[in-house]
Design a protein around this ligand. Structure first.
Ligand code: ASP
Ligand code: MG
Length: 290
């Protein structure tokens, strides 16, 4: 089983979502767990909604825009999928309920309940499109698998509870031939059922969590860059694409070099010797970095 991760830039619009299906169609026989981030700048927009709500400012207009945008992309990539439309609508009602509820008293806890929904929406849309494109898939709520503590906005994973949940929730879905599971990056849940997030840009880490829990054969992070470089190519001339580097070098680069992968991603992979590939969703023939 392979874990694939697609970030917000890869699913920012209908063309992006279609491109994800195109990349996946290159792996017709592989069992895949596909981790997806929120579309484009959705997480930033949701953060603004949280701050507005906390300040007692209007949230209807930005929420309306988010709903219109997601509904439009869904209609483009999965026309006629009323089940997906209903699921998206239900999730927006959940957002409205969260916003209307009295604050939990902890702004970080309120934040996670709202901001996590971006990943729910993007995965509903991606899963609907994959089915539309003939790539049958299951949709899994990552919150039923990734168990965390209650350190909201940078929650820490409870590995043994998550392993138990992965066996119960994901293993049965892996029986499909091929298995194709679409799930969310970035989000988890406490033992009390409160939604948590793993920290901004945490979807790479989520991919590593799922790979660790399921003993995946590899993780591939599909990016808009061709791989990992020895320095940020936007800031330095003469940077080199690194075709093969050690976990240790990759960890150092993720802290100090180009922000290609989230720093917490490498450690669970290193523990289980699971290889990490960084490849381009724009040029999937390119070899990328290992
Ligand atoms: N959507 C979240 C963020 O923008 C997580 C991620 O993209 O990795 O921070
Ligand atoms: Mg992102």
């Amino acid at each position: 089983m392979k874990v694939f991760k697609f970030g917000g830039a890869s699913v920012k619009d209908a063309a992006g979502v279609r491109n994800v299906a195109k990349v996946l169609s290159r792996y017709p026989d592989d069992d895949l767990l596909i981790v997806v981030s929120a579309m484009g700048k959705t997480t930033n927009a949701l953060e603004e909604v949280v701050w507005a709500n906390a300040d007692g400012r209007d949230t209807q207009e930005p929420v309306h825009q988010l709903r219109a945008r997601h509904a439009q992309v869904l209609a483009e990539v999965a026309p006629g999928d009323t089940g997906a439309v209903d699921a998206l609508e239900a999730s927006f009602r959940e957002l409205q309920r969260s916003l209307a509820q009295r604050s939990s008293g902890d702004v970080d806890q309120d934040y996670d309940q709202v901001v996590a929904l971006g990943e729910v929406w993007s995965t509903l849309i991606v899963a609907a499109h994959l089915r539309h494109a003939g790539l049958g898939c299951a949709w899994a709520d990552a919150r039923t698998v990734v168990r965390t503590d209650d350190l909201y906005r940078s929650a820490r994973v409870d590995w043994s509870e998550s392993a138990r949940a992965a066996a119960a929730v994901l293993r049965p879905l892996l029986g499909a031939k091929p298995a194709r599971i679409v799930t969310q990056g970035f989000i988890g849940r406490t033992a009390n059922g409160e939604t948590t997030t793993l920290g901004r840009e945490g979807s790479d880490f989520s991919a590593a969590i799922f790979a660790y829990l399921l003993d995946a054969e590899s993780v591939t992070i599909w990016k808009d860059v061709p791989g990992m470089f020895n320095a940020d190519p936007k800031r330095f001339p003469d940077t080199k694409l690194l075709s093969h580097i050690s976990y240790r070098e990759a960890i150092e680069l993720s802290y100090f070099g180009a922000s290609v992968i989230h720093p917490r991603t490498l450690q669970p992979l290193q523990q289980k010797r699971i290889p990490l590939y960084v490849r381009s969703f724009i040029d999937p023939d390119a070899p990328g970095s290992t």
